[in-house]
Ligand binder design. Sequence first.
Ligand code: NAD
Ligand code: GLY
Length: 359
Amino acid sequence: MRRVAIDLGERSYHVCIGEGLLDAADSFAGLPTSATAAIVSNDTVAPLYAQRLKAVLQQRHARVLDIVLPDGEGHKDWSTLNRIFDVLLAEGCDRQTVLYALGGGVIGDMTGFAAASYMRGIPFVQVPTTLLAQVDSSVGGKTAINHPLGKNMIGAFHQPLRVLCDLSTLSTLPARELSAGLAEVIKYGPIHDPDFLAWLESHVEALRAGDPSALAHAVARSCEIKAEVVGADEREAGLRAILNFGHTFGHAIEAGLGFGVWLHGEAVAAGMVMAAELSARLSLCDATLRPRLEALLQRAGLPVRGPRLGAADYLQHMRVDKKASAGEIRFVLIDGLGRAVVRPAPDALVAEVIESLCA
Ligand code: NAD
Ligand code: GLY
């Protein structure tokens, strides 16, 4: 088992990465053994993995509840969140109850928000089962649900007690979802680690084929980089925003097409291409970064051109991004390979980039 430390003072914890962690006794050492645990999952993941997790938790807790939510980003909302609270209250769950989030980023974000707010905060453990959740969403304590007027607009910072990344769960993940997760892996190269970018260039096929040692390295290195950034800026006062490389354009794609048409990682992939081009046009990075990224993203099975929504639509959607300030859009830009900055850019230049990189 590899471990990555998330150093946040009294809220510190470990990301544990390995095969078969889901029901290995070692994974749970040191976690609370209070009377009740609840596994929150969805109707796709629960049939695959909940029973194994439940069996091991039953050795640690007198009672283990199952909360199975409907699958999908469309259910990341108040009414689905309430179903968690309904069970916790109906079953008389106290403040020591531990929630286990078993699933992708949707389940992780919703369970984390439920844990942040039930009785003003209870402990929870992340058991991410998508690549995206293992390399990004389960780490760092951002939790949220969507509002009809904006994605992830209602939420809280609440750190888990531990993150258990069982790499073997990725074997059942659809190929399209694995590729979407690779977009979030690839982003760590340009923003922080050129050597990791080069490593990804020589291992992308192995990752898509599910090679265990390649996946272990990709997940561990991604979590190490995220740990460094979150450790320096837990609540996104500044630096943490660099983790949103490609996300400003990506958010416009998701919102413009309607959420769920493109996967988040797919939108981020096309968004990173536009952000790299914008960085080059602002003379922040070399013009070779954009084609280099495109080649890697294509090999990862990801789109490199955004949909043709029109620059005005992109700009309108980008103005409701959480990084926007007083209506001014702020972009994560590459300021020399391995370093990212967050800054505004002239609308006319952004529009040119959009028009040239949408098909
Ligand atoms: P997801 O949770 O919707 O999972 C994708 C699909 O894969 C779902 O249908 C799910 O049921 C299925 N699935 C999950 N694990 C599986 C497995 N092992 N085998 C088979 N199927 C499996 O999507 P996601 O990409 O994991 O997460 C996206 C969400 O994460 C978005 O809501 C996004 O806002 C959020 N997010 C949060 C953060 C954060 O920091 N909190 C960061 C990035 C993304
Ligand atoms: N996924 C971006 C963040 O955690 O800040």
